[in-house]
Design a binder for this molecule. Structure first.
Ligand code: F6P
Length: 342
């Protein structure tokens, strides 16, 4: 049997580990062969492929990014998209597809599987950790580690200059990266999209931190919003899944803090640094296990499913269920961090 694989959406560390694991197990244990589709859903849509055999996946376990390339192509918006995908799968004699992606890429896999009979298995990735039905997505742990290291470094320079240092992290509409890295890095304020912030309260925390003789580090998620006001976007453009580009709240916040407290405030936007480079050991472990279980699902013909981490076990959940709703930070979990604010 020939299995197609693709990686879609924003890249993250661990994608290559999934490819390697699925190919190794698929070839060695089940006798399948593989073909890689380039750049997410653009590959099957346009019939753009690359070799994906055992030699092709050697030496990629620890490599960030994806050897298949990625894109935010939405084939459901393309003229004749489903028909073209079906034609290309037939042309390359592909009998099953493993799609590795976040809510958008896997949302497409869910529709193709449920409504168009295309046999898909999904693997959840994203630094945002916002996919339902799985405790963690791979890529998240690496991003949190990178952000935590940045926060550690910002503490020392904040204290040398007695400045407010604001760090803006990614995560889109979920505050997982901000919350985990903020807690791990001992941030003095953590702001997440799930809970609108009160700028007076933020300034209060900033001032109380200065009163202890040290300087505050404020972690703000790119999707965080003030009580009065809106999300800060880069521009009005939306991608083919209808998403705007976030970023800018860090600068806005620093300006407000400076004006209101009279303390110098600067911003670091971590950006794509969080998505690049070597995956952490946890992400390699998780991505590898996801790859092994995804090819098991294909081998059993268990389509329309996503592999997921629940506790320490890997389970299969319906793709439609996993992509129905974003997994956001529970208010009670966020409240736990409050003891460290100020
Ligand atoms: O979904 C991952 C992510 O990195 C988000 O945290 C961020 O908002 C978005 O992708 C950025 O996308 P791009 O790299 O396409 O600008």
């Amino acid at each position: 049997m020939r299995v197609g694989m693709l990686t879609g959406g924003g890249d993250c560390p661990g994608l290559n580990a999934v490819l390697r694991a699925a190919v190794r197990k698929g070839v060695q244990e089940y006798g399948h062969d593989f073909i890689g589709f380039r750049d997410g859903w653009r590959g099957p849509l346009e019939g753009d492929t690359r070799e994906l055999d055992v030699p092709a996946v050697r030496g990629i376990l620890s490599r960030g990014g994806t050897i298949l390339g990625s894109s935010r192509t939405n084939p459901l918006k393309a003229e004749g998209g489903v028909r073209r995908i079906k034609e290309n799968l037939a042309k390359f004699e592909v009998e099953a597809l493993i799609a590795i992606g976040g809510e958008d890429t896997l949302g497409v896999a869910a529709t193709l599987s449920a409504s168009h009979g295309i046999p898909c298995v999904g693997v959840p990735k994203t630094i945002d950790n916002d996919l339902g039905s799985t405790d963690y997505t791979f890529g998240f742990d690496t991003a949190v580690n990178i952000a935590t290291e940045a926060i550690d470094r910002l503490h020392t320079t904040a204290e040398s200059h007695m400045r407010v240092l604001v760090i803006e992290v990614m995560g889109r509409h979920a505050g997982w990266i901000a919350l985990h890295s903020g807690l791990a890095g001992g941030a003095n304020v953590i702001l997440i999209p799930e809970q609108r912030f009160d700028i007076d309260q933020v300034c209060g925390w900033v001032e109380s931190r200065f009163r202890t003789g040290t300087a505050p580090v404020v972690v703000v998620a790119e999707g965080a919003m003030p009580k009065e006001g809106d999300m800060v976007v880069k521009n009005d453009e939306v991608d083919s899944f209808g998403h705007v580009r976030l970023s800018g709240i860090g600068d806005r916040l620093a300006q407000e803090i400076e004006q209101r407290t009279g303390k110098e405030a600067r911003t670091t936007v971590l950006g794509h640094v969080q998505r690049g480079g070597t995956p952490s050991a946890f992400d390699r472990w998780l991505a590898t296990r996801f790859g092994l279980h995804a090819i098991d699902a294909v081998n059993e013909g268990d389509y329309g499913k996503m592999v997921a981490l629940q506790g320490t076990g890997i389970v299969r959940v319906p793709l439609t269920e996993a992509t129905a709703q974003l997994k956001t930070v529970d208010p009670a979990l966020y409240a736990e961090a409050g003891v460290f604010f100020g």
